[in-house]
Design a protein around this ligand. Sequence first.
Ligand SMILES: NC(=O)c1ccc[n+]([C@@H]2O[C@H](COP(=O)([O-])OP(=O)(O)OC[C@H]3O[C@@H](n4cnc5c(N)ncnc54)[C@H](OP(=O)(O)O)[C@@H]3O)[C@@H](O)[C@H]2O)c1
Length: 261
Amino acid sequence: MTIGFLGFGHMGQMIALRLRADSASQKILFLNQHPKKTALLAKKHHFTRATSIADLIQKSEIIFICVKPQNLNEVLSKIKTTKHKTFITIVAAIPTTHYYQTLGPIELIWAMPSIVNTYGGALPTVRGRYVRASTWKVAQKVLSSIATVTPIKESDMAVTTLITGCSTTLIAEFARLLLEAITSLHPLNKTIATKLLLATLIASPKLVEDKGFALIDEACTAGGITEQGVKIMRAHQDTFFQALAERLLTRTEELRKTYGA
Ligand SMILES: NC(=O)c1ccc[n+]([C@@H]2O[C@H](COP(=O)([O-])OP(=O)(O)OC[C@H]3O[C@@H](n4cnc5c(N)ncnc54)[C@H](OP(=O)(O)O)[C@@H]3O)[C@@H](O)[C@H]2O)c1
């Protein structure tokens, strides 16, 4: 099967490399905007470059749309063939109706990867209304090379994206700021402090998987030190966490409107 990538930046390359790691039998074809960059990428990854959008679409059975939202309309306007083609878009914030307005009733799947998918994780995925059962089956198989496919309703995409797309970065920033605060009170060699924190973070997912959120109460000895930290976080639930969640959702809506979807 030939899989085409319309846009081959951070996400496009990550997905293509995951597909290749899972199965060498698929042919990967890609297209970028700048020919010089395209040539370099072809050399670096040994993927085949397409000569144009028409060439990429004609030769591919499945086409991943991996351009930025601001480039989407330009790209959609150049797509002429949609029959017998499966489109998988990863463009954030733009609903499927936006694609139908330009391309008609295409077989379109909307998957929302995150940088965590470099190592697996979850892949929230919307089955577009015109996707046949057979197409859906094939697409899920392809997407499962990237991460665990989790079918969701389109109306849940924005909030799901906050969970899978933003959490890792927010948790990493939380850990970094916590480290900064702790070492501001008692200076510690930065390299050692970071090493300790990263080693702790790396071991944490297994524990969370085993115990779920019950871990929080189990780890908090009554009257102990961690309990104090958890209490402070809970005291800021409305002022910090609620405000954070609201801002993320509002930004999603702002982006959707910015790109005219
Ligand atoms: N980054 C994330 O963490 C993340 C997570 C989930 C979803 N997404 C979605 O993934 C999409 C891509 O994000 P990204 O971070 O991979 O962006 P990126 O690194 O900027 O990649 C975008 C690619 O699109 C290419 N492109 C632009 N216009 C084109 C055209 N007319 N024809 C062919 N190629 C064109 C660019 O080519 P040149 O490099 O030559 O300009 C570039 O390779 C976005 O829509 C974003 O919403 C991103």
